[in-house]
Design a protein around this ligand. Structure first.
Ligand SMILES: NC(=O)c1ccc[n+]([C@@H]2O[C@H](COP(=O)([O-])OP(=O)(O)OC[C@H]3O[C@@H](n4cnc5c(N)ncnc54)[C@H](OP(=O)(O)O)[C@@H]3O)[C@@H](O)[C@H]2O)c1
Length: 314
């Protein structure tokens, strides 16, 4: 698989990454051995960018990835988020210098590596000034604990400008898919202007755009997506009607609907790197195939007609 420059850094990454969140219990039970096999298969397919977080499974995700890459560290770019603590089992945003240090150091220990490729705050702390959080992350760069730093949700032009005044920012990570178009309002422009990468999380709408389920009943009991407004009865039928049209278009092109949805993202802007998650090997080839799917202007217009901004019911 080809390699592209990761924003303003010297890292060379695949144009699509692997999100590892669901390997630590987010969407139902996982099997660790299958998750490790999935990471190996991703590497074998040429996908070298792994997205993780200290928060996923409270260290489980890092330990799992550490096990998977122990003999393959040089093949992988680790993008690891921090910025959230669970004092009483509930996620609380934290951008304090103390949290940045503790989270980075425990992440390195759990991963069994000396240096992260990118640490990224998962949420901007509304209390701690961004300069303080980024200053602490820059300290991690100076100490050789990470090569680069990034920002996830709640970033905007002002936050990004203030962060850049302290240290260069490699990437912005936010939700972006045919169903979630908000990054087109500002963030993609800022990424283009600054030369930052944009990591599109939940690029398959958490499964619906991959045709994973076509009704609430198909979702496992207790699956946290059942509380997502997009999947509530009423909204679900409306949204599935769009997926059905996408599936018809994908069929005409001889590809899976996930391949089509991910290729659309990569055609939107060169900065966009989708990071679909998979906890088993089944879907990886369909996702990797998006890198090679060429879409014509006519295809893009048709996709825009099926899923215009704001069309999703939520
Ligand atoms: N920064 C943040 O706040 C934030 C928030 C959420 C997520 N993320 C990151 O983004 C990554 C992806 O997000 P996400 O997992 O929420 O959503 P997603 O990638 O849109 O959807 C994942 C779901 O789609 C399924 N899937 C994957 N490929 C498929 C295919 N080809 N066909 C059918 N179904 C397919 C997966 O099932 P299988 O496991 O069965 O393949 C899984 O249930 C996460 O792993 C995480 O790294 C970041």
């Amino acid at each position: 698989m080809e390699r592209i420059k990761f924003g303003p850094t010297d890292l060379m990454v695949s144009p699509i990454g692997l999100g590892c969140m669901s390997m630590s219990g987010c969407y139902g039970q996982q099997d660790d051995a299958e998750c490790i096999a999935t990471i190996h298969k991703a590497l074998d397919l040429g996908i070298n960018l792994l997205d993780t977080s200290s928060n996923y499974g409270e260290g489980h995700n890092h330990r799992l990835i550490g096990e998977a890459i122990k003999d393959r560290r040089d093949e992988v770019v680790i993008h690891s988020k921090l910025g959230s603590i669970r004092p009483d089992g509930v996620n609380v945003v934290s951008g304090t210098p103390e949290h940045v240090r503790n989270s980075t150091e425990s992440g390195l220990k759990n991963l069994g590596i000396d240096c992260m490729d990118v640490i990224c705050i998962s949420r901007v702390d509304p209390v701690v000034p961004i300069e303080e959080t980024v200053g602490a992350m820059a300290e991690m760069v100076k100490e050789g604990k990470t090569r680069h730093i990034g920002i996830s949700k709640e970033a905007n032009r002002d936050i990004i400008d203030r962060a850049w005044a302290v240290h260069p920012i490699a990437d912005i990570q936010d939700e972006y898919s045919l169903f979630v178009r908000e990054p087109e309002e500002e963030l993609l422009d800022v990424c283009r202007e600054r030369g930052m990468a944009f990591m599109a999380f939940a690029p398959l709408g958490r499964g619906i755009l991959g045709g994973l389920f076509h009704g609430v009943a198909e979702m496992p009991e207790g699956d946290r997506r059942r509380s997502d407004p997009r999947y509530k009865p009423g909204n679900m039928e409306h949204n599935i009607a769009m997926v059905t049209k996408l599936e018809a278009m994908a069929k005409e092109k001889g590809v899976a609907v996930a391949t089509l949805a991910l290729a659309w993202l990569m055609h939107r802007d060169a900065a966009v790197i989708p990071i679909p998650s998979s906890k088993s090997r089944d879907h990886l080839e369909e996702n990797a195939a998006a890198v090679d799917l060429e879409l014509s202007l006519e295809d893009l217009v048709r996709l825009e007609g099926i899923c215009p901004p704001g069309a999703v019911a939520a």
